[in-house]
Design a protein around this ligand. Structure first.
Ligand SMILES: [Fe+2]
Length: 195
């Protein structure tokens, strides 16, 4: 997910209504931006299941079960984000084809791999989604504090979940041993630096 590529922008048709006190033009922009966050959260949910099914090796069961705990926290964010778009007068897009069209990141890059390799790659995934969530939350300070509050709440949970992942690839000196801009790069470092 960290490797960015060009993508078509989300584009809701102009809402016919929105929440009281918000301009229609602002509601459209927020709904469009939230559409991308919705795609990112959906993508994260599927990626968590993909890893749940493909992780192997020592500590398998701990990672396998932890990933379902992550999913249980991410799926309500998917629903919350989609329903915020609808509340703003937009229409949330939940189809796989739409997700692929609007996203500007690539598919998760690992198949069957060990716990440290997947945790290193998932750390990269969480960094991508958290950075983009934070960017949008900061922009919303001028227009929509309610949507901002939703994203800030999600960020608190996403950052906590990333810490659970990072603890697998952190040294006793507190260094993240697998920092990389790509999932494959992070997995390579996990192979080299973590027994
Ligand atoms: Fe399962």
């Amino acid at each position: 997910m960290a490797q960015k590529r060009a993508a078509r922008r989300a584009s809701n048709s102009s809402p016919k209504f929105t929440v009281p006190g918000l301009k229609i033009a602002d509601a459209k922009k927020i709904a469009d931006d939230l559409d991308i966050r919705l795609a990112a959260l959906f993508d994260l949910a599927m990626t968590l299941k993909h890893i749940h099914w493909n992780v192997v090796g020592p500590l398998f069961i701990a990672a396998h079960e932890m990933l379902d705990d992550h999913l249980a926290k991410v799926l309500p964010m998917v629903d919350e984000t989609a329903e915020r778009i609808a509340t703003l007068g937009g229409h949330p897009n939940g189809t796989p084809g739409y997700l692929v069209r609007v996203r500007n990141w690539n598919d998760y890059d690992l198949g069957k791999a060990t716990v440290p390799e997947h945790m290193a790659a998932l750390d990269v995934v969480y960094t991508g989604i958290i950075e983009d969530h934070r960017k949008l939350a900061e922009q919303l300070g001028e227009t929509d504090l309610v949507t901002q509050d939703m994203l800030v709440g999600q960020l608190g949970t996403l950052e906590l979940l990333q810490w659970f992942v990072r603890a697998h690839v952190e040294s006793s000196e507190g260094e993240i041993l697998t920092t990389s801009s790509s999932e494959r790069g992070a997995a390579r470092k996990a192979r080299a630096r973590i027994a």
